[in-house]
Structures are given as structure tokens and as C-alpha cells.
Design a protein around this ligand. Structure first.
Ligand code: KIV
Ligand code: ZN
Length: 390
């Protein structure tokens, strides 16, 4: 594999679909899987086959229809889970079993009432079993973010020896700070003797709003796969948002990293996911929010209208967004008003705009946003008044 390519592992259909109210049926999941393949993701986590007959059916249907992308099924480090995942992936051209277990003391002691050695053995057994069904096995060390690095390194080394080809280091609770998470990945790179035999993956949750930052810290320090979802959907505060990490890597060329994502499809797919999951996207969401390319304050509008790069680091077309918008509010200035009136076909000079602006701010103070019809009314009133006075 090219060492600078970052694999995009999309888990919208698994971690994303865990969001209350976002449950999808098989038809909806298949439609989204096809779109994710078109987007260029490298791996689609299609579901958790043992969790329900419906999810088994979805993973099976996605396996049958997807041609090039790796299709992945989740399992716990439990024999039945792994067998059921393998059965659901039977028809996949490129099947991956994703198996794993909690590795932090919270999990080992509170959840499993076990020891580190027991958990390590269960991890190794799970990976060996999964390898009987496919050569592509990913191991997740759940709550790796809060797992001691020495033990994490031991378990990662053991699962790679057992046949894991990807090792997933999740910050399951979204607890880590970017430099700590980056150092965790660096520690594994430097302390796991067989680390070159596997791809390191990062799977960050957003409980402190740090999922994107942590994922980027992960790849800067040697991870080569990011697990993420469209619109950042996922358990609790969500997962790393696909559109954000992809655009961070695209914008920051100095990192020397790239993905296979066709970024022009990001906004259309974001809308489709939002519609089918009935989960609105917050307007100020980076890349895909309705306001991501809207300018409403006078200072910004003036700079943007002189040179868009003054206030926009991404060309909206590059991410399939509708285009930049100049929104008129009580904070907007004369240049924005002139621009919008010009777009409506009016040809006012500077003096006209000065007069119209006085009327505009009165209307804007009352209304949250001044829209085209308000502008037309203002322009008509102004034209009438000047016609009468002439
Ligand atoms: O957040 C997490 O740790 C997970 C694992 C199942 C990969 O979703
Ligand atoms: Zn997760």
C-alpha cells in the first residue's frame, strides 16, 4: 500500500445507525452502501450481524451487491458472533471481520471481571477463529483511549501474531486529548515489534468535540486508516465525521496524506444520509452544514466580495455544496446589500445604496434575515419615491 494513503473506513451503517431514531431497513442500507462505494470509501462497515436478523440480512445484501469496496461485519470476541459475521459476509467479494474486546481496566474489571491475561487470550482466540473465514481481520481494542500503553502494545503484538491485518485503536469514550492520542499511536509504532504487519486504524468518538482532531493526530503519528461516519453520526456525541477528516487532509497538503474520496459527492451524500435517517444536520456543521459557506457579517461580506479566499478556505464546489451565500441580517453591510440588489437585477449607485441601507437596517432589526422579497419591496418603494420627487 502507498504509505501516504489514508484508508477511509465508513461506519455510518453500523456506529452511525446505532443513533436512536436512525435505524435503517435493508433497502435503505443497500442504497447508502452503493453511494458510499461511489464516494470512494475503502471499507464499508455494513452492520453487526449477530445483533438482529434484520442486520444480518442487511450485511448479507450489501455483501452481494458491493463490487470493489471491502465489506466489514462487526463482532465481539465471541465464537458465535464471529461465525454469524462470517456467514453474513459469505458472498462479499472482499469480506472483513471486525472483532475485538474491551482492553481498559474499566472493561476488564467492571465489564468482564477478568484479568489482562484472560482478555489477551480471548483477543488472540477471536482473531485466530476469524482468520479461518477470511484473510482480512481487523481487531478493535475497545476503550484503547483509556488503556495503558504497555498493555495495549502487548495485546496489539499478540493479535497481529494471531493474524490481525488491521488493529483498531478506538477512543471509545472520546476522552483523549489530541497530543495524548497521537502519542499513543506513536508508542505503538515504536514499541510493537510486528507493527509493520498491520495497518493501524483510529476510531474516535466525539464526546469532547475532539474526534476529528484526535483522528488527525492519529494519522500524523502513523495510523493509516480512519473510521468515521457521514455527518459525524454515531453513538452518543457521534464519531469522527468523514467529511471533516477528508477535507482536513485535502486542505493540509503539507501533511503529505490523501484519501480516495470524491469530495464533490460529500454534500449530496450528507443530505441523503440526513434524509433517510431523519437526522437533521446542524446548520453550522463544517463542510456540510447549511451555513458552512454563508457569510452574514458586514466585515466578512466586504472581504469575501473582494476576494473569496479572504474568508473561505474551501471552494464550495469542491465539496458539492450549493455555493457561497451572502446572507442579509442586521449585521450586514452596504457591499452585501449592493451585491444582493445587483443579483436581483437592480442598478443602484452608491448614493442610492446609502439611502436604501438606512431602510434595510430598520427591516433587518425586526426580521432575523432579509430575503429577496423584502429587497424587492424596499427597491420598489425607493424607486417610487425617487420617481415622485423627480
Ligand atoms: O467505539 C468503539 O470502540 C466501537 C468498537 C466496536 C470499534 O465502536
Ligand atoms: Zn464506536
Amino acid at each position: 500500500m502507498d504509505d501516504n494513503k489514508i484508508l477511509i473506513f465508513d461506519t455510518t451503517l453500523r456506529d452511525g445507525e446505532q443513533v436512536p431514531g436512525c435505524k435503517l431497513n435493508t433497502k435503505e442500507k443497500v442504497e447508502l452502501a452503493l453511494e458510499l462505494e461511489r464516494l470512494g470509501v475503502d471499507i464499508i462497515e455494513a452492520g453487526f450481524p449477530i445483533s438482529s436478523p434484520g442486520d444480518f440480512e442487511s450485511v448479507d445484501a450489501i455483501s452481494k451487491i458491493i463490487k470493489n469496496t471491502i465489506v466489514c461485519g462487526l463482532s465481539r470476541a465471541v465464537q458465535k458472533d464471529i461465525e454469524v459475521a462470517a456467514a453474513a459476509l459469505k458472498y462479499a467479494k472482499r469480506p472483513r471481520i471486525h472483532t475485538g474486546i474491551g482492553t481498559s481496566d474499566y472493561h476488564i474489571k467492571s465489564k468482564f471481571n477478568a484479568t489482562q491475561d484472560d482478555i489477551l487470550q480471548r483477543a488472540v482466540d477471536a482473531v485466530k477463529l476469524a482468520r479461518n473465514f477470511t484473510d482480512d481481520v481487523e481487531f478493535y481494542a475497545e476503550d484503547a483511549g483509556r488503556t495503558q500503553n504497555e498493555y495495549l502494545a502487548r495485546i496489539v503484538e499478540a493479535v497481529i501474531n494471531a493474524g490481525a491485518t488491521t488493529v483498531n485503536i478506538p477512543d471509545t469514550t472520546g476522552y483523549c486529548l489530541p497530543h495524548d492520542f497521537g502519542n499513543k499511536i506513536k508508542y505503538l509504532v515504536n514499541n510493537v515489534p510486528n507493527i509493520d504487519k498491520a495497518v493501524i486504524s483510529v476510531h474516535c468518538h466525539n464526546d469532547l468535540g475532539l474526534a476529528t482532531a484526535n483522528s488527525i493526530a492519529g494519522v500524523i503519528n502513523g495510523a493509516r486508516q480512519i473510521e468515521c461516519t457521514m455527518n459525524g453520526l454515531g453513538e452518543r456525541a457521534g464519531n469522527t465525521s468523514l467529511e471533516e477528516v477528508v477535507m482536513v487532509l485535502k486542505q493540509h497538503k503539507e501533511l503529505g496524506l490523501y484519501t480516495n474520496i470524491n469530495t464533490m459527492l460529500l454534500n449530496p451524500l450528507s443530505r441523503q444520509v440526513s434524509d433517510v435517517m431523519r437526522m437533521p444536520v446542524q446548520p453550522n456543521k463544517a463542510i456540510v452544514g447549511a451555513n458552512a459557506f454563508s457569510h452574514s457579517s458586514g466585515i466578512h461580506q466586504d472581504g469575501f466580495l473582494k476576494d473569496s479566499l479572504t474568508y473561505e478556505i474551501i471552494n464550495p464546489e469542491e465539496v458539492g455544496a450549493d455555493g457561497s451565500k451572502i446572507i442579509l441580517t442586521a449585521r450586514s453591510g452596504r457591499s452585501a446589500l449592493a451585491f444582493r440588489l445587483q443579483n436581483l437585477g437592480y442598478d443602484f449607485n452608491r448614493n442610492d445604496i446609502d439611502v436604501l441601507y438606512q431602510e434595510f437596517v430598520k427591516v433587518a432589526d425586526v426580521k432575523k434575515e432579509v430575503v429577496d422579497i423584502d429587497l424587492k419591496i424596499m427597491a420598489a418603494a425607493y424607486n417610487n419615491s425617487t420617481a415622485v420627487s423627480n
